[in-house]
Design a protein around this ligand. Structure first.
Ligand SMILES: *[C@@H]1O[C@H](CO)[C@@H](O)[C@H](O)[C@H]1NC(C)=O
Length: 147
């Protein structure tokens, strides 16, 4: 019993102490207080794009995404969660928040379970959806054009 309690509190405090901005791979790991998010960045441009995703605690690295390829990661969304992104398409470049309170609001559409959230990168700009519906689809909400 004692060791059970110890393990419980160890994981409890481990989970709240990192303020839940560290991405981890496992979708099965429950978030203690917050909701688990699964983010995807999908390239819908018929060309390669490059993505750099990072938070204060966690650099997810640089990823080359061919047409239709995607990058995804999972994390517990907490009050301070912020993932930034840099994207390159040919000579175009943009820096934007991939996960912030606005994105959270757009994708937090259910009571239970993992919240899936999709960025769709298109030639005219960036869309968010809670489902990976085949483009074009009214469920994709336009966010911002390429600069
Ligand atoms: C999104 O949907 C397309 C078309 O059905 C599929 O090819 C692709 O793998 C899906 N991507 C993700 C991240 O689910």
């Amino acid at each position: 019993m004692r060791s059970f309690l110890f393990i419980f509190f160890f994981f409890f405090f481990a989970s709240i102490s990192n303020t839940s901005v560290v991405a981890d791979e496992s979708l099965d790991t429950p978030c203690i207080i917050f909701d688990r998010f699964h983010m995807y960045v999908i390239n819908n441009i018929p060309a390669e794009i490059k993505l750099h995703a990072y938070s204060k605690d966690d650099d997810l690295g640089y990823h080359i995404l061919p047409y239709y390829a995607f990058y995804d990661w999972s994390f517990c969304f907490g009050p301070k969660t912020l993932f930034s992104g840099q994207l390159w398409w040919g000579s175009k470049y943009i820096a934007l928040n991939l996960v912030d309170n606005h994105v959270h609001k757009m994708c937090d559409r259910q009571m239970f379970g993992v919240r899936h959230c999709y960025w769709l990168v298109r030639p005219e700009g960036f869309y968010i959806g809670v489902k990976n519906n085949t483009w074009p689809d009214a469920s994709w909400v336009f966010q911002t054009p390429w600069p």
